[in-house]
Design a protein around this ligand. Structure first.
Ligand SMILES: Cc1cc2nc3c(=O)[nH]c(=O)nc-3n(C[C@H](O)[C@H](O)[C@H](O)COP(=O)(O)OP(=O)(O)OC[C@H]3O[C@@H](n4cnc5c(N)ncnc54)[C@H](O)[C@@H]3O)c2cc1C
Ligand code: SF4
Length: 338
């Protein structure tokens, strides 16, 4: 057992003061990831700053026609919120594809963004791991890497970000609101999570003294033509091998705008804006979707056990785009697409 201090933050300014004063401190929200990591001795915070009593649990309209989701909104409350069900069903489907009902009742929006990788070497303190102990090595590269990344990897780390919710947020072009000693700032979702590069121990661009206060969704929710397709080893309670979030704007048979984000393939939710731009103006056909899949995966690289993910992702992208195009997000077949 490692000793740690416990503080309960009284407001956001108090939380920022407390985290800035103690570099070894961590915020605790739902605790569903942080407490596990402490029990496994992967992280040893000097202090837990309990933020669960802060007034960050509201879902409100924004002046721009979007939604502002407080960082402490529970995953279940978010998935079943009427505005999410009607305007942003892509986000609701992604959340409900993750974890279990009990975990979703505890897990918060902010905590979901900052959950750590599920790489088993990261959890196993008997093995080296550049993310847990910088400079110690990455046994996954030549080891058991079935769950690992195929895009955006580095020689230091091939871990994936495990969240489902974040894949949908990436596709929706959400923004993360954070407050620190320097005040509040808004971070584009694409800039929030990092690729591993030479510093795999750093997952995000959040600063050490910052607390996430909210997520903002823009007005466009792709409520009609969307899909969240999660491919995993079991039908529930398993992290994604590959997941695909799609939002389409279609006029007649033509794609006007395409959004596509992948989970389970990289250190961050993977967007490829060039491939999305290529699909804009193209007919909604299987041939167009296959071209997009090839473009997204052009630089994909397997590490042995995870080679299968490249073909799985290719097929998954085509199926997800086809499901979204015909407005049947959960269907098993895509016969109506030419
Ligand atoms: C068995 C199991 C299966 C799971 N399966 C899935 C799955 O299939 N898909 C999926 O997406 N997720 C899955 N999860 C992960 C789960 O969704 C996350 O653990 C959860 O979202 C984390 O939220 P939390 O509020 O409990 O975070 P906590 O554990 O409280 O915190 C996580 C991290 O975020 C930091 N933090 C929390 N809130 C803030 C804030 N507002 N500002 C700054 N820092 C903050 C904490 O300091 C900590 O570092 C699973 C978890 C478990 C245990
Ligand atoms: S893939 Fe990343 S998290 Fe996993 S062992 Fe290598 S460095 Fe550690």
């Amino acid at each position: 057992m490692n000793n740690f201090a416990y503080t309960r933050a009284t407001d956001v300014a108090d939380a920022v003061r407390a985290i800035a004063a103690d570099p070894g401190a961590r915020f605790v929200a739902g605790g569903t990831n942080l407490i596990d990591l402490m029990k496994e001795d992967v992280v040893r915070p000097s202090r837990l700053i309990d933020i669960t009593r802060l007034p960050l649990d509201k879902i409100e309209d924004t002046a721009a026609g979007g939604l502002r989701i407080g960082a402490l909104v529970r995953n279940s409350d978010l998935a079943y919120h009427p505005q999410i069900e009607t305007r942003y069903p892509l986000l609701g489907s992604a959340i409900l594809a993750g974890a279990s009902a009990q975990l979703r009742n505890m897990a918060t929006t902010g905590g979901n963004l900052l959950q750590r990788t599920r790489c088993f070497y990261f959890y196993d303190t008997a093995t080296p791991c550049n993310k847990r102990a910088p400079g110690s090595g990455c046994p996954a590269i030549a080891g058991i890497n079935r769950m690992h990344a195929i895009l955006g990897t580095s020689e230091q780390c091939i871990a994936v970000h495990p969240s489902d919710m974040c894949v949908a947020l990436a596709a929706l072009d959400a923004r993360v609101l954070a407050t620190g000693r320097g005040g509040e700032r808004s971070i584009a979702f694409a800039d929030f999570h990092r690729l591993p590069g030479g510093r795999p121990e750093i997952d995000t661009t959040l600063r050490a003294d910052e607390i996430i206060t909210a997520i903002e969704l823009p007005a466009q929710g792709f409520g009609k033509n969307y899909t969240y397709l999660k491919i995993r080893d079991r039908l529930s309670y398993a992290f994604a091998l590959v997941s695909i979030a799609v939002g389409l704007e279609i006029e007649g048979e033509t794609i006007k705008q395409a959004r596509l984000a992948l989970g389970g393939v990289a250190h961050k939710p993977w967007r490829d804006r060039d491939a999305e731009a290529q699909l804009a103006g193209a007919p909604a056909t299987r041939a167009s979707f296959a071209r997009m899949a090839d473009a997204v995966l052009r630089d994909a690289r397997g590490y042995g056990h995870n080679d299968f993910k490249i073909d799985l992702a290719r097929r998954g992208i085509v199926r997800a785009l086809a499901q979204a195009a015909r407005g049947t997000p959960q269907s098993q077949s895509d016969k109506r697409i030419k």
